[in-house]
Design a protein around this ligand. Structure first.
Ligand code: DQQ
Length: 588
């Protein structure tokens, strides 16, 4: 049976590759609060004449309509499954169903019919986010949030489960929502803030899972226990909570290995591991994580003292990245992170182009040897899309130099560079006054202060999606500062401000610090550029920033990629590798 499906996958894949017109190859090849209902008459808006210059080439996006959170990613019988929040009726949030696609490599996708749609009293007004757990005997089960009434806004929330109709179907095309749903109901104080159940883990004879919530402005990850996955009891205490952080959406709780890059299964609780708790904060529309210890005796999570447990804490991504979810991939012993990037264009522009939202390239995630942060890197399968390559070595970038990287499709590319410098002397002083700035995102505050002013050691990096005369560009760069105790602080920024002449789009600057030892006098940068998205990885994935941008001139073959240095210290590009990126055989 599996062999038949696998054959079918590749037959379909090859056919579609041969006939690009069938998919979006020919089409070329953040962040906002929602749960808001839009009244848009899509029939009155024609998308036919909209030039689709912002559609991505190699990111996951369906042919049309609105997309948000990735849901229940999992690996089952040879296929990766991705479900996601989807509006089948338009390019704005609403009418949410669980769309479903399957893949052999998380790059080429086959769309299937929606797996879960509102149909029963327990999910009549919406099937919101949730997760998959693989029960013993390789039996997947989905936990998801059902909306049972429109009031109180944004909806009355319960937790449901769904199971495959046919376990022998590796594509898991049919899902059953049993009539004993809902299996978890809210308490009276949080009926409209009680959602997004996690993947469950097993210990002490029970399955455990958390549900995101808030009480007043205290963010909460409630802990539930069950012996049979059907009857769930709320623990007297929370798994974790924190005052003044507002609603915790899409919590994710999982173990990471203390050493190496391999992932560990969600129920692994002992033997050289730490735990990660990530929450998506509805108040800021950014995600934060801490690294800590799961005390299995107390059934409670404690962040390490080195992990800031608040808005100034660590983020997977300091840019447009939300509602993420990880899963353990048993086929390759790794933990994979999926995240959603919203549009930064206006709702009217989204409706006109007929789609909104993309899933970012899945990233392998592991614990940094310091134990203080995670590291992320695009899955290795992405390399299969690399086409024509350009390589440069030992390119000197003096103060003010801008050097074009020619010979690749700059609007759809993968670029990696190692920058070196002979001395740290030129690094500017890290102003002690900056420590008084609001700490929610200090890096961003500093980025705003230094602006485009020339520095000492940096800023240097890439000008992505740049127009010929630099009327538009999205700079991704690094800049080094010297602190009073003679240490260094490295700032990484991705700045959408100069990205577009269209001033109606949201063009935020994003920034984070990169925690790196500079004794080798080297810094690495990678960007995945794809028409309207730039995903950048500082120092091998220690700091990641995603920007959504909408250039008006730097589109398709009119886009350019440059290396630049705007600091007094000469920078050497020790090595640059840049590839044109091909389109996958997308069928979404
Ligand atoms: N999106 C879902 C919710 C979740 C939010 C609704 C996060 O379940 O809290 O589409 O983006």
């Amino acid at each position: 049976m599996m062999r038949v499906f696998s054959k079918l996958f590749w037959v379909v894949a090859v056919v579609v590759c041969l006939f690009p017109l069938l998919n979006n190859i020919n089409g070329r090849g953040g962040v906002m609060a929602f749960h808001k209902t839009y009244i848009v008459n899509h029939e009155l808006i024609s998308t036919k004449n909209v030039k689709q210059v912002y559609r991505t080439g190699y990111h996951f996006q369906p042919k049309q309509n609105w997309v948000n959170d990735p849901n229940a990613p999992m690996y089952y019988k040879g296929y990766y499954h991705l479900f996601y929040q989807y509006n089948p009726k338009g390019a704005v949030w609403g009418n949410i169903v669980w769309a479903h696609s399957v893949s052999k490599d998380m790059i080429n996708w086959i769309p299937l019919k929606p797996a879960i749609e509102p149909s029963k009293p327990f999910d009549k007004y919406g099937c919101w986010s949730g997760s998959a757990t693989i029960l013993p005997g390789n039996k997947p089960v989905i936990l998801y949030t059902g909306i049972i009434a429109k009031k109180p806004e944004p909806g009355y929330q319960v937790q449901n489960y769904a199971i495959p109709a046919n376990y022998s179907d590796p594509l898991l095309r049919e899902w059953i929502k049993p009539d004993n749903n809902p299996i978890v109901k809210p308490t009276s104080e949080n009926v409209s803030a009680f959602r997004d159940p996690t993947t469950a883990w097993f210990n002490n004879g029970h399955w455990k899972m958390t549900v995101g919530s808030k009480h007043n402005q205290r963010g909460i990850a409630y802990l539930y226990r069950s012996r049979d996955f059907i009857k769930w009891t709320k623990a007297k205490h929370t798994l974790h909570d924190k005052k003044n952080t507002g609603m915790w959406e899409c919590p994710d709780f999982y173990p990471v290995s203390n050493s190496g890059t391999n992932g560990v299964e969600t129920s692994a609780l002992e033997g050289g591991i730490k735990h990660v708790l990530k929450v998506s904060l509805d108040l800021t529309r950014f995600e934060y994580y801490t690294i800590g210890t799961y005390n299995t005796f107390k059934d409670k999570y404690y962040p390490d003292s080195t992990s800031v447990d608040a808005w100034a804490g660590l983020r997977y991504d300091y840019g447009n990245f939300y509602a993420s979810k990880t899963f353990f991939d048993p086929a390759q012993n790794r933990r994979i992170l999926w995240g959603w990037a919203n549009e930064s264009s206006t709702t009217a522009e989204d409706v006109a182009k007929g789609w909104a939202g993309i899933q970012l390239i899945p990233r392998t995630v592991w614990l940094d040897p310091s134990g203080k942060q995670l590291v992320q890197w695009p899955i290795h399968e992405l390399k299969t899309l690399r086409g024509h390559k350009v390589q440069k070595t030992n390119v000197k970038l003096n103060k003010g130099d801008i050097v074009e990287v020619k010979g690749i499709t700059a609007a759809q590319a993968d670029v990696e560079a190692i920058f070196t410098f002979s001395s740290l002397d030129e690094a500017e002083t890290y102003d002690p006054e900056w420590s008084k700035l609001p700490s929610e995102n200090l890096a961003l505050e500093i980025c705003g202060i230094i602006g485009t002013k020339q520095g000492g050691l940096g800023h240097f990096g890439f000008l992505t999606l740049a127009s010929n005369k630099l009327e538009e560009y999205t700079p991704v760069f690094l800049r080094v500062f010297k602190t009073q105790d003679n240490k260094h602080k490295i700032l990484m920024c991705s700045d959408a401000k100069p990205s577009s002449l269209n001033k109606a789009t949201y063009r935020p600057s994003f920034a984070g610090f990169v925690d790196v030892d500079l004794s080798k006098k080297k810094l690495a940068l990678k960007s995945l550029i794809d028409h309207s998205v730039v995903e950048s990885f500082g120092e091998g994935g220690k700091t990641v920033i995603t920007s959504r941008v909408y250039p008006t001139l730097a589109v398709d073959e009119h886009a350019h990629l440059y290396l630049f240095n705007n600091g007094t210290e000469t920078i050497t590009v020790e090595r640059l590798d840049a590839w044109s990126m091909k389109n996958p055989c997308y069928m979404n």
